[in-house]
Design a protein around this ligand. Sequence first.
Ligand SMILES: Cc1ncc(COP(=O)(O)O)c(C=O)c1O
Length: 349
Amino acid sequence: MKLHIASMLDAQKRHISFHTPGHKRRGYDITELSYSDCLLAPRGVLKAAEEDIARLLGAARSFMLTEGSTSGVYSMLLALREQGVKRLAAPVFSHPSVKNACEVLGLELVLIAQETAFGIPVQPAASALSAALEQADALLLTSPDYYGNVPPLSAARALADAARKPLVLDGAHGGHLHFTPELYAGSYADLWVDGVHKSLPAMTQGAVVSAKTERWGHVLEGAVKKLRTTSPSYPIMASVELAVKFPQNVRIEAAARAFKQAYGCVDNADWTKILVPFGAECKNAQTYLERHGVYPEFNDGNYLMFYLSPCTKARELRRLGKLLEKLPRGDVPQGAPAGMVPMYAVEGS
Ligand SMILES: Cc1ncc(COP(=O)(O)O)c(C=O)c1O
């Protein structure tokens, strides 16, 4: 599939720059020029890229973001507010941007309690979502979460439909799931964000926020325009288009699933998140792996988490396996404290 933005950047002619950016290097990092389109009012390559992205993600409208999923969360919540939402229900282990956006936008947050099991937040049950929706005008869920778990998506959609209230999904960790419709945020949500820089090969901060219907697309467009930079990064936008168009890597998906079984990893829904329980051995294991040039995504005191993408090589997974074989494991007890802190405990972040 054609990469509209990268093709335009490749076709650039050398020219004298009397325009921003100030480094004047005339490389991929250009600004909005006569031939490069304008993200706030796209008519050319950026419009073509966003239309392709929407088609691939099953959205009526999709908007490229160069300021991370955080700006997608803010945009979705502003769109909700513009449609009259005053109270938003969201689980306690949501990303801090949810709490922050509610504060900034004057939305009341109805917190949905989450238990933890073996130190991992448990996604709320459908009954908890139903109770929360009774007290709120809209529901936000994280799918998948950092630990690769998904909430009861079908039930959430049915509850939202029955209550005639919008469902928005924070898919900051689920950009790769458009190949797996039953797990994909876009199969359920009215509005959702895909953090394509996390699990797909976009540059850091690359994300996409989407709307399921034209009506929501119109509202979301207004919200995105109010919140986005007027100097979007072309390298990031080109990488967002590439990431969404990046082919599925069924070989590494299968290798990841086999790896989880072979190395006693936590069972979860998302192949890109490999959680290895180390308990008290976490720090030693991390130090050992990093000394051998292998860096995990996080160490939460109970688990080391290894984050994969379609660009992960099978030989890299094999190398990880060989190193894991040498490492002692500690237990993670059922009552282990969560490594992640509830968003309300993340003061000022
Ligand atoms: C669940 C969740 N939502 C949103 C975000 C924000 O994403 P970004 O860092 O791209 O702004 C994160 C970041 O880790 C996250 O974990």
